[in-house]
Write a protein that binds this ligand. Structure first.
Ligand code: ATP
Length: 343
């Protein structure tokens, strides 16, 4: 267990900074997720933590010690990639034992540790198999088992679940979280999938173009986004944004409801919505529409739980509303969160 810290960490490729002066402090034992769109610098940042990429400037600290110049092996971190990179010619046992053999561990120690790791991930019965005889989920567990046998102080995981189908991904997420809690090993996890980030992370660092836009708990980044980038990157569908003269107002689709179902319970901001399209998602109904004055042509998406059975038809106009306290305000120039203002 150790803290992981970066100080003004920067990586420049050709003309631009893939990672741009990032200051980050991952607490001891924390599960931190690096989240952002493709190309925002997540993998490059993780590789610099691992020592696989040399920073252009800035420092990496593990357990309070500067490790910027140290080779990956000397950092005692374990990295698991999207591809798992298992050795195809080795059995599961051989794969898990590999880092211990490479470090010159004794035979008995190797046998013990392989056994413990295999038990932890429920793969004891697979030890004789080759990687090609495993499912994607089983391969992932082997890769994780191989990562834990060295007792690393930090786990660095780069989209390790992206090869799994949706159902398996959900259970693998659950497993991963349980084993991380059990081991208490500081973990940095890269993903572009916000659902995964929300479900796994104790805190999420949202990245955009090499910079951290916001660092907070899943609830903070979702309910109190620091800027319009975070507001629209988190949430599916994203936050609705409406530009007025000096300010951008935002509200989540689930807060936009037919006026009559909002009832009493605080001040509301009503508006007329002309419905253009309806999507049934099972548990929810998405209503796409356009607003009338004072926001001509602004597009809005409302998310109605299936418990609201009110008939709504495309092409018609309805009274919708948002509770005023659910409205977020952003500066029109900078996109940054700002104090509420009169409409
Ligand atoms: P993805 O989710 O698509 O993997 P990412 O957020 O992990 O994206 P990075 O792989 O860190 O993004 O890349 C960040 C930026 O740096 C990209 O614009 C990429 O093209 C660039 N980049 C990455 N590696 C190199 C390299 N070796 N040489 C030049 N540019 C690179």
């Amino acid at each position: 267990m150790a803290t992981v810290e970066t100080r003004a960490l920067t990586k420049r490729f050709e003309a631009s900074n893939a990672v741009d002066a990032v200051d980050l402090l991952v607490k001891e034992g924390e599960f931190l997720v690096l989240l952002g769109p493709s190309g925002c610098g997540k993998t490059t940042l993780l590789r610099m933590l691992a020592g696989l990429e040399t920073p252009t400037s800035g420092d990496v600290l593990i357990g309070g010690e500067v490790v910027t110049g140290l080779a990956p092996r000397a950092r005692n971190v374990a990295m698991v990639f999207q591809s798992y990179a298992l050795y195809p010619h080795l059995s599961v046992r051989g794969n898990i034992a590999f880092p211990l053999r490479a470090a010159g561990a004794h035979r008995d120690e190797i046998a013990n540790k392989v056994e413990t790791a295999a038990t932890m991930f429920g793969i004891q019965s697979l030890l004789q198999r080759k990687p090609r005889q495993l499912s994607g989920g089983e391969r992932q567990r082997v890769a994780l088992a191989r990562a834990v046998v060295r007792n690393p102080v930090v786990f660095l995981l780069d989209e390790p679940l992206s090869n799994l189908d949706a159902k398996l991904r959900a259970s693998a997420r659950d497993e991963l979280q349980q084993f991380q809690r059990r081991l208490g090993t500081t973990t940095v996890y890269v993903t572009h999938d916000q659902v995964e980030a929300m479900g796994l992370g104790e805190r999420i660092a949202v990245l955009d173009r090499g910079r951290i836009r916001q660092l907070g708990t899943p609830l903070e980044v979702y309910h109190d986004p620091a800027d319009t980038f975070v507001a629209t990157f988190m949430g599916s569908p994203p936050m609705n944004l409406m530009e007025t003269d000096h300010v951008i107002r935002g509200f989540r689709p689930e807060h936009c409801l037919p006026r009559e179902v909002l009832g009493d319970g605080g001040e509301i901001t009503p508006f007329a919505l002309t419905v253009t399209r309806i999507e049934y998602l099972g548990a929810d109904r998405l209503i796409y529409g356009t607003l009338e004055a004072p926001n001509p042509a602004a597009r809005v998406i409302a998310r109605l739980p299936s418990t609201i059975t009110l008939p709504i038809e495309s092409g018609k106009r309805y009274e919708f509303a948002v509770r005023t306290r659910e409205i977020k305000y952003f500066d029109r120039e900078t996109g940054l969160k700002r104090a509420p203002t009169a409409a």
